[in-house]
Design a protein around this ligand. Structure first.
Ligand code: ATP
Ligand code: MG
Length: 384
């Protein structure tokens, strides 16, 4: 008899022939997440199992496991070799303060000779004998004793399920490049796409000395918080000062942001090429600011068409985005008051519905290739 953690997974059931690939990636992600605790992680039929941990580490291990995409819930369970005698002896000694209860038997091992509903009654009777004040309540019991008789010839007894994040195992959808500012939206966008199985690489534009060293540190901190869910990733820091100065000097002020965003997209495209990402992710939300109208997004999208741009926050209200940022722990860092490169040289009246032709005409006043090449030569890579 020993204490283990049973892990349940969801959507990867739907993957047909590729199922074993998804299961393998998820197993690896789980192993990495609890590596430091030295426990064992194995796949059993229909579940994953974490065993041989120190009781003192249990809370931290569970906290880590709830942040793994692909898992739907987990339970702390007592494991036995499947044996009627052992199980019944355990329940004959089971004491509880609860007033109402039920036993639920899940018989995954069909070679076990007693049907689930029949065995529920037998086991329920044993628990009642051990707890004379207890009453059976099938619909809404205070205590549900779940007995899982599994195909690995082990039986698990558990009482509670703790919800996990759901989603797809990180890495099973390929790699995406998240444009990470210091704001609220982009970390949430990274979280949401990672939840759909994307491994991340980050790209941050900074305008030192207009933006401070703290602004960059803040982005590193946000990236670090994201790694709880996404695993380690690279943060590419791209100097943007000269580009902004040149736009400011040569282009109509109302097109400042439009052109900045088109250049960001071109640099993002080059970073995708270099780092093997197959999609660009941003935290844009329709109508949030001038650069997030249909027309602005269209002009931004035109700057590179090699990779799709994922904007998971596009249909969300700010309050909904904030709710997720609080849940994942990025909010308090996001609201620290350091300037982002986008707010430097901000025009008074940015164009809200830019025309592509006009944007291109303004942009052609710059030696864009030279500016981009120089920025790319000076990329700094930080391992988060
Ligand atoms: P956020 O709240 O994420 O900072 P925002 O409200 O500041 O977004 P914008 O400035 O229009 O909105 O930026 C839209 C998106 O562009 C951001 O969500 C992010 O993906 C990207 N972005 C903006 N600034 C930067 C930056 N300095 N470095 C990298 N990406 C950026
Ligand atoms: Mg925003």
């Amino acid at each position: 008899m020993k204490k283990v953690i049973l892990l349940r997974f969801g959507e990867i059931y739907l993957k047909g022939k590729n199922k074993s690939y998804f299961e393998r990636v998820l197993l690896n992600n789980i192993k990495n997440k609890v590596k430091e605790y030295g426990c064992d992680v194995v796949k059993i039929s229909g579940r994953y199992l974490v065993a041989n941990f120190d009781d003192m580490d249990l809370n931290s291990i569970i906290n880590n496991l709830t942040k793994i995409f692909g898992l739907t819930s987990l339970s702390i369970a007592t494991e036995f070799d499947t044996s009627k005698e052992l199980l019944e002896k355990f329940l004959a000694n089971y004491k509880t303060d609860a007033k109402t209860f039920r036993v639920t038997v899940k018989r995954a091992d069909k070679t076990f000779s007693i049907a689930s509903n029949e065995y529920e009654k037998i086991l329920g009777g044993i628990v009642l004998d051990a707890n004379p004040n207890l009453k059976v309540c099938l619909k809404n019991p205070e205590l549900e004793l779940v007995v899982e008789i599994r195909e690995n010839k082990k039986t698990y007894i558990l009482t509670k399920s703790i919800p996990c994040c759901g989603g797809m195992p990180v890495g099973t959808s390929g790699k995406g490049l998240i444009l990470l500012s210091g704001g609220i939206d982009s970390p949430v966008a990274g979280y949401m796409m990672s939840k759909r199985g994307l491994e991340l690489v980050g790209l941050h534009f900074h305008s030192f000395p207009y933006t401070s060293a703290q602004a960059k540190e803040k982005v590193c901190k946000l990236a670090k918080i994201l790694t709880d869910y996404t695993g380690h990733f690279k943060l590419i820091c791209c100097p943007f000062t000269e580009i902004q100065e040149e736009i400011h000097k040569h282009c109509a002020p109302e097109f400042m942001i439009t052109i900045m965003r088109r250049i960001m997209m071109r640099i993002a495209k080059i970073c995708c090429d270099k780092f093997g990402a197959k999609a660009i992710i941003t935290g844009e939300s329709l109508a949030q600011v001038a650069s997030q109208t249909i027309e602005s997004i269209n002009v931004t999208n035109d700057a590179q068409t090699t990779y799709p741009v994922f904007r998971p926050c596009i249909g969300m209200d700010k309050m909904e985005i904030i709710e997720i940022s609080k849940k994942i722990g990025t909010y308090d860092t996001s609201i620290l008051p350091y300037e982002d490169c986008c707010t430097v040289f901000l025009p008074k009246n940015p164009v809200i519905k830019p025309h592509l032709d006009k944007a291109k005409r303004e942009e052609n006043k710059l030696d864009i290739e030279k500016l981009i090449n120089k920025a790319i030569e000076n990329l700094e890579i930080i391992e988060i």
